[in-house]
Ligand binder design. Structure first.
Ligand code: GUN
Length: 296
């Protein structure tokens, strides 16, 4: 194995510790406690695990954590009324509505009802537009975590060839915008891309976010490239359940210069960046300097 393994778990712990320091000084110097509200509609088991984990880590860094668990049959009007109340609550600086929502609720409508300044997911159409035009915005957590790891590894990303595989609104598109913002030459590849392997072979940075287990083999990777694996796929192998990414870790690690493992790579960075975004939102709401190194 030639690649440096990028330890997302250790990196995320560092980010959370930095967030904790900012929370401590916000409390001591300004009497402000950043607050994050998480809204979960229904009882999807995976979502329940995420929400519990978010609540625990929010409290651990000294922030206020509020959870609203709503019945699966909650009406759109009731959900919008809750979001309106949270938008107007000065003790709440970040609002996250856990996705996916039950089918009778319009996700776009609900997300766009969140105040853009409190939209710590960065999914509101205003934040998407601000990011796309290079203005200050709230940045989606997973791509922000990927960017932080790439900056740490490379220093400057300027002029590098980057390929993002996947065009989702949550990861692929904002990731491409962030890499463009750091002056990469960016290609967004997807299921209809012709000669995907040739596109990937040119890249100094490969971000895989397609949700297809071990889709990218090592012989697609340019020697020394950085491989960021956003995939979290559950598969069965040799009669055992296993978590794998979107790249074939063993063969990619032979050629890459650096690679994130699954688990323990991008995953832990997502919640760390949610906490970072909440502190950023709190500082902006109070006209205070933003924490350095925790934003795009
Ligand atoms: N469901 C899975 N990932 C996410 C995320 O990053 N934000 C929200 N709100 N819901 C999710």
């Amino acid at each position: 194995m030639g690649a440096q393994i990028i330890d997302g778990k250790a990196f995320a712990a560092k980010v959370r510790s930095k967030v904790g320091e900012h929370v401590t000084s916000l409390k001591a110097d300004h009497g402000i406690t950043p607050g994050l509200a998480v809204v979960l509609v229904g009882e999807d088991p995976a979502s329940q695990v995420y929400v519990r984990s978010k609540g625990k880590m929010t409290t651990e860094v000294g922030m206020k954590s509020v959870e609203h668990k709503l019945d699966v049959a909650t009406s759109e009007a009731d959900l919008l009324a809750l979001i309106d109340a949270l938008n107007n609550d000065d003790s709440i600086h970040g609002i996250l509505v856990q996705l996916p929502l039950p089918g009778h609720l319009d996700e776009d409508l609900v997300i766009n009802a969140i105040s853009p300044a409190k939209d710590v997911d960065g999914f509101h159409i205003s934040n998407v537009g601000l990011l796309g035009t290079g203005q200050k915005s709230m940045v989606p957590c997973t791509p922000l975590g990927c960017l932080m790891m790439l900056r740490e590894h490379h220093g400057s990303l300027s002029g590098l060839d980057a390929v993002v595989i996947g065009r989702s609104n949550i990861v692929g598109k904002p990731m491409a915008q962030l890499l463009l913002g750091d002056s990469c030459t960016v290609t967004i590849a997807h299921s209809r891309t012709k000669d995907l392997q040739d596109v990937v072979r040119r890249a100094d940075i490969v971000v895989a976010a397609v949700g297809r287990p071990e889709m990218v083999p090592g012989d697609w990777i340019k020697k020394g490239a950085s491989v960021i694996d956003v995939g979290i796929n559950r598969i069965e192998r040799d009669g055992k359940n296993k978590l794998v990414g979107d790249v074939d870790f063993a063969s990619c690690a032979e050629v890459a210069g650096a690679i994130t493992p699954v688990p323990g790579g991008v995953g832990p960075m997502t919640i760390a960046c949610l906490l970072a975004n909440t502190v950023t939102a709190c500082c902006r709401a109070n006209g205070l300097a933003e924490p350095e190194g925790l934003t795009a």
